[in-house]
Design a protein around this ligand. Sequence first.
Ligand code: HEC
Ligand code: HEC
Ligand code: HEC
Ligand code: HEC
Ligand code: HEC
Length: 404
Amino acid sequence: MSVKVIFGAVIGLMLMWMIPAVYAEQEFQISYTCAGCHQERYDEWSRSTHALAVNDPIFEAAYLRALESDPKYRSYCLTCHSPTTSITNDLNLTKSISVEGVTCSFCHTVTGVENNSYNFSQSNPMQGPYTDSMTGAHASAYSGLHTKSEFCAGCHDFSINGIPISQTYTEWKEGPYAAEGKQCQDCHMETKIGAAAKNGTIREKVYQHFWYGGHTGQFLENAVQINSSTQKTGNRVKVTLNITNNNVGHMIPSGLPSRKVVLDFNASDKQGREIYSGQKVYAKTIVDQYNNEVSDFWKAVSIAKDNRFKPGESRIEMFEFDAPNGTDEINIQASLNYQLEAEIITTETESVNVELARISNKIMLNETAAVQATPKGSPGIGWIGSLISIITAILVSRRRKSQR
Ligand code: HEC
Ligand code: HEC
Ligand code: HEC
Ligand code: HEC
Ligand code: HEC
């Protein structure tokens, strides 16, 4: 073989390797290229779970378990967690754009959606909510789809083996908010007045890109409400709680079945000794082929139970017990907590526990009931804080490694 032929073959191979890479770069620009002009959107997005969709340690741990059970899940999981891979085919996540998860240039080149699959334009124009947007930086096109829940549905509603796993969109569609015309964007991308880009005109509404949800304490704060009333007959005490999903556009909890809402009820005497306690769990419970509850949703064969709160739904829960003789005062506590138990990078199990609502009443047994509700404390940011710090630590250590 001549040197020329070998040289030609090497160049050929290099070109074959380079062309798809260059092409892919043209397809999707990394988010940082938008930051210069869309700084606010960039800052918001980079703190959102969309930006962490493949770096989220909870996802990573689950992804590794899914790959262990069947390698076919590699491309499946990435269709939503790193959607650019369905074009770039970078299933080993070697490109920067792939580790950006649900990134700017993916969402803004979407031109259509059908079930769980999105259509794109090549790389331009940027699809967005404005009909009159003009810039020399890129072509712009109006997309009505981007202003509707259907845009989110392609990822936020899916079944596996025919079992509906996450149905946030369907729950919304069947509820009162769809009828009112209140879209996912209206709650999850709260608007403010401002410029959409550096030196852009001031617009009445720009959509923030935080996508707060179940990971965010402050967002859960007004999601549900509890009211209570008490009845006494001699020593018999009956507490009626009225729980309302008054601010969530879909069921609570929604999304993956590993999310639960737990009601803890407790009655104690003046000295703090427990008289009665009760608990109720609201969740969608999925089971595997052995009828065991599972959180690894790809193993689900059926739904055993679903008692979550529909949007707008009010439900009554009653707790009834006897106070021991001689008790003159009973303290009642009821709290509703949002819970997520998840394995983080296969070694550690982390629990989220955010308080959604709390009531606390004092009942005097010898007089007419004196019911005084005390306001709940603000839910902490503990969970999201610790998750973000874990992720940041991992990212920093990876970046250091790759810089070496
Ligand atoms: C050199 C500056 C610049 C860069 C870089 C840039 N944009 Fe823009 N972009 C603008 C300006 C200016 C507008 C017009 C704002 C307006 O209409 O109020 C705009 C508008 C948009 C719109 C709205 C389009 C519509 O019709 O609704 C989207 C979406 C958008 N940009 C996304 C992006 C994304 C994603 C990137 C990165 C891949 C990016 N832009 C990079 C300057 C830039
Ligand atoms: C999950 C999909 C998604 C991602 C990721 C995303 N956007 Fe958006 N973006 C939207 C939607 C949806 C709207 C329009 C909301 C509406 O009008 O109802 C929007 C609106 C915009 C607009 C129009 C003006 C405004 O501020 O509302 C700009 C500019 C923009 N995005 C830029 C970006 C940039 C830059 C990034 C990355 C840093 C990004 N987007 C990431 C979905 C996304
Ligand atoms: C390409 C797929 C995709 C699209 C499109 C998409 N999302 Fe997401 N979204 C995800 C994934 C994946 C996550 C979870 C990331 C993680 O934590 O691993 C997520 C997370 C979220 C969360 C945070 C949930 C939590 O528990 O904190 C909210 C809220 C959300 N998305 C709303 C939206 C809305 C509203 C839209 C439409 C404007 C949208 N998403 C479009 C894939 C998508
Ligand atoms: C009326 C306001 C409202 C609308 C409309 C709405 N959401 Fe939500 N969403 C919330 C609130 C409040 C929470 C926090 C409570 C919770 O975690 O369920 C939430 C939580 C979530 C979560 C986290 C899952 C969970 O339950 O922990 C996701 C994902 C989400 N929303 C996506 C969507 C999508 C997609 C749509 C449109 C199909 C949508 N939301 C429509 C208010 C809304
Ligand atoms: C059709 C889109 C889609 C596919 C396919 C998908 N996911 Fe997700 N995933 C989501 C969305 C949307 C969320 C965020 C909201 C929620 O909880 O439903 C999410 C959330 C998660 C979370 C919770 C992250 C957290 O921080 O709480 C884990 C874990 C997860 N996915 C693992 C996987 C694995 C493993 C696969 C493949 C077997 C997979 N997903 C396939 C859309 C998808």
